[in-house]
Design a protein around this ligand. Structure first.
Ligand SMILES: [Zn+2]
Length: 285
């Protein structure tokens, strides 16, 4: 774990999102959970050394932020935005998140095989959110304040968890630092506004959803990259190119690697981003 401040810890070097926790005078608040079972169990043990876990906040519904909730059962109340709760481990024609999490086990966490739940056991109780809200809410825990800010874009229920006493914000996938940005079905216009919102916070450190802990500078870098994506796809559309031609001509693959453990997905991420953005900008979805 990286110790970001006296009370804030984050894990930025494992496959999946960057989970973390904050130690307060009245217990521990966890933000997102490791996707890989061994790391989820380990992080829970580490967090509990500092006190009882009071709350677990999920910043979005993508599997790499929520699968590990299963290993935090009985450890605090799970809080999430309504969109995250509604889509929690939801199986869609595009993805079965349980299968997606399972695929990583042999390569990234062979030890985790022993504590891997079968599908039925898992879905009986994946440890879903029970405090569910829309907009923003504030949670107090001991001497710390947690402002849960809805920062839509990457997903509509996206949260930033701002802790003013620490001058820290966990911003989830609103920032991909030094790695490829997953656009998928994102609303890029909303995302840009959310970047402005998090930049306005009185913060020294941001814990991004992926990549190293960062500062205000990386908020601008993320914004510039989103604008580049928009401009690139918009320009192809302007030239009358088809979706297939657009996907072929986009060349952001050399810019960054995909985050830890998913380097092999580079072509998929770029192609999927380009296709999804093309559909969005031409109103096909
Ligand atoms: Zn995500």
């Amino acid at each position: 774990m990286d110790q970001v401040t006296d009370s804030v810890y984050a894990e930025t070097k494992i496959r999946g999102c960057n989970p973390g926790y904050v130690v307060t005078s009245d217990g521990v608040v966890v933000i997102d959970t490791p996707q890989l079972p061994t790391y989820a169990v380990k992080m829970r043990q580490e967090a509990e050394k500092h006190g009882t876990i009071k709350y677990l906040i999920n910043t979005e519904y993508h599997v790499d932020h929520i699968f590990g909730n299963f290993y935090f059962k009985g450890a605090g109340i799970v809080i999430a935005h309504k969109v995250t709760a509604d889509n929690f481990m939801k199986v869609t024609p595009e993805i079965n998140p349980y299968e997606y999490a399972k695929e990583a086990i042999p390569t990234d966490d062979p030890e985790g095989e022993k504590i891997w739940p079968d599908e039925k056991t898992y879905f009986e109780n994946p440890n879903r959110p029970t405090i569910i809200f829309s907009g923003d809410i504030t949670v107090k825990c001991g001497n710390h304040t947690f402002e849960l800010l809805n920062t839509p874009g990457h997903t509509p229920g996206q949260l930033a968890v701002y802790i003013p006493e620490e001058k820290v914000a966990f911003v989830g996938d609103t920032i991909f630092n030094e790695c490829q940005t997953w656009l998928y079905a994102s609303d890029v216009d909303a995302w840009l506004k959310s970047l402005d919102r998090i930049k306005g916070l009185d913060v020294e450190y941001y814990i991004p959803g992926h990549g190293p802990v960062c500062t205000k500078r990386e908020v601008d870098v993320q914004k510039a990259f989103l604008l580049e994506w928009l401009a690139a796809v918009q320009s192809c559309i302007g030239k009358g190119m088809s979706k297939e031609e657009t996907v072929k001509s986009i060349d952001f693959g050399k810019r960054y690697k995909v985050d830890i453990g998913q380097e092999y997905m580079l072509d998929h991420v770029i192609e999927h981003n380009a296709a999804a953005l093309y559909d969005k900008l031409t109103n096909q979805r």
